[in-house]
Design a protein around this ligand. Structure first.
Ligand code: CP
Ligand code: NVA
Length: 319
């Protein structure tokens, strides 16, 4: 076991905690999780054994589709020495009426943690409340905290710091924007969320992040003016139509068209800017293929970091 993994793991006291939003974690806990993720990334790159969860099992419930979350959790669970169990919506009784309370109680008897991707944040909270094992939020309509952790790890790698980094999220004020505001607030970043008036992020989540940011010297601001990208360290975008909003696709694409991340916008930001996207991308809608494959783009490093960040979360919370 690499010394750095052991040391960072021993610094954390998160056993048994669920990971439902980044807001629930202190600035020191967020930074320690990122440090552990970096140590695990190094271990995995060197093929150094780091099976800290040997003999454990982790269930993964997917009520929505996924490429990255499913793959990175499944591979990550195996690399930590545990058994992954993929449960598609159609495979389990939850979909056809079994309650969250009963599901939580039963699953707690078989596995050591549950990762869930679903619609309502309240369902994820209920799963954690009624079960006896940690629950990890793999995306809801309002939060994507594992993404936010991988994003912070990527910003630290590519910008060289989090404290004082200027991140401009542009497009739809969605789940990913919320988790970025939260991770930025916990790590001293200057987060600007740039959206049309009708597509702003949730006011309560933003207010809570602004309050959290006071402790770290960070800021969280809202604007509708794309000039906000000028001088940014990072421009970040996500789909204009999240899972569950498919019926609104055409309306959303029209309303958000002026917020597309294209080469004109990237040039306006400046030569220093990195471009991020949680993926999947919709070429020609929120981003162009040219930007995605430009030297500014760090999207594939970002996708890789899902693996390392989630391994850190699992290693820290699973008993
Ligand atoms: N970024 C992300 O969560 O991707 P998937 O929907 O493919 O899991
Ligand atoms: N905002 C997107 C993120 C996908 C990873 C969605 O919820 O569909």
């Amino acid at each position: 076991m690499p010394e750095t993994v052991k040391r960072h793991l021993s610094e954390l006291d998160l056993t048994g905690r669920s990971f439902l939003t980044i807001h629930d974690y202190s600035p020191a806990e967020v930074v320690s999780l990122l440090d552990l993720a970096v140590a695990l990334k190094d271990a995995q790159r060197r093929r150094a054994p780091h099976a800290v969860l040997e003999g454990r099992a982790v269930a993964m419930i997917f009520m929505k589709t996924s490429t990255r979350t499913r793959m990175s959790f499944e591979v990550g669970i195996e690399q930590l020495g545990a058994q992954p169990m993929f449960l598609n919506a159609n495979d389990i009784q939850l979909r056809v009426g079994e309650t969250i309370k009963d599901t939580a109680n039963v699953m707690s008897r078989y596995v050591d943690a549950i990762m869930i991707r679903t619609f309502a944040q309240a369902d994820v909270e209920d799963l954690a409340r009624y079960g006896q094992i940690p629950v990890i939020n793999g995306l809801t309509d309002t939060h994507h905290p594992c993404q936010g952790m991988a994003d912070a790890m990527t910003i630290r790698e590519h910008v060289g710091k989090l404290d004082g980094a200027r991140l401009v999220y542009i497009g739809d004020g969605n789940n990913v924007a919320h988790s970025l505001a939260e991770v930025g607030a916990k790590t001293g970043m200057h987060v600007v969320i740039c959206t049309p008036e009708d597509y702003k992020p949730d006011a309560a989540i933003v207010a809570r992040a602004q309050e959290d940011a006071q402790a770290t010297g960070g800021t969280v601001e809202l604007t509708s003016d794309v000039a906000a990208v000028e001088g940014a360290d990072v421009i970040y975008t996500d789909t204009f139509t999240s899972m569950g909003q498919e019926a609104e696709h055409d309306v959303r694409v029209a309303a958000l068209a002026a917020y597309q991340v294209n080469m004109d916008l990237v040039r306006r930001a400046g030569s220093q800017v990195k471009v991020m996207h949680c993926l999947p991308a919709h070429w020609g809608e929120e981003i162009t293929e040219e930007v995605l494959y430009s030297p500014h783009s760090v999207v594939f490093d970002q996708a890789e970091n899902r693996l390392h960040a989630q391994k850190a979360i699992m290693a820290a919370v699973i008993a």
